[in-house]
Design a protein around this ligand. Sequence first.
Ligand SMILES: N[C@@H]1[C@@H](O)[C@H](O)[C@@H](COP(=O)(O)O)O[C@@H]1O
Length: 276
Amino acid sequence: MRVIITEKNIGDWAAVYVAKKILAAKPTAEKPFVLGLPTGGTPLAMYKRLIQFHKDGILSFENVITFNMDEYVGLSPANDQSYHYYMYENFFKHIDMKEENINILNGLATDYKKECEDYEAKIKSVGGIDLFLGGIGPDGHIAFNEPGSSLSSRTRDKELTMDTIIANARFFGGDIDKVPKLSLTVGVGTILDAKEVLIMVNGHNKARALHHAVEQGVNHMWTISALQLHPKGIIVSDEAACTELKVGTYRYFKDIEKANLDTDLLIQELYKSCGK
Ligand SMILES: N[C@@H]1[C@@H](O)[C@H](O)[C@@H](COP(=O)(O)O)O[C@@H]1O
């Protein structure tokens, strides 16, 4: 697993990584690039930078297919707290994605099982996910795979824990009663099947989760730790989230990744490689 710890913006780091992957793949309609996408506060900076790359003419999403990680059960796409709404507001409406290439679990589906099975089948039908992006909850959940989720789980409905309901209440005016109690989510197994997985971690309240992800064993109580099993897992973290790491671990990753931490430089190089 690579662990990138940067003082610069982790969203910028992730955006450069995504852009380079899409550009290198040279996707076409016949051979699209398939991205797995997250929501939440953490990825906002990445979406902002990707939009900037698009506006500056270095990145197109025309031949990109996306699959979102999860959605709240019971919220319609028009609800401003649904992940549908989030994705269009913060990303899709600003870029050249084709509507038919956007996939998000339907939180209003009545037959959860069918909705989730169809989602898995659709991922398979496009050849799997090339790069799955994600964040984590303070309890180490990835997508909505709450503590105790099977590490080989597939897309399904999942009840939210009180920890997550409290953490996400900030988006619902601080009212825990307004937070849906059920979600549809890709499984840990679905995420691990992606060719690459990049997880963004920021802030002091993610420090324990990062410690479990990087320094503890693989454990279903911290579902992010399953990333250790992936051949191409990357965590990009800010300094604040490193509070619970050992000094030795911190220094080790800082040292081996020292050439890859300056996001301003990485952005400059990206523009230069595109002739801008
Ligand atoms: N289901 C999402 C997760 O996919 C996300 O990683 C987490 C963290 O969100 P934030 O980035 O806002 O801390 O929030 C939700 O629970």
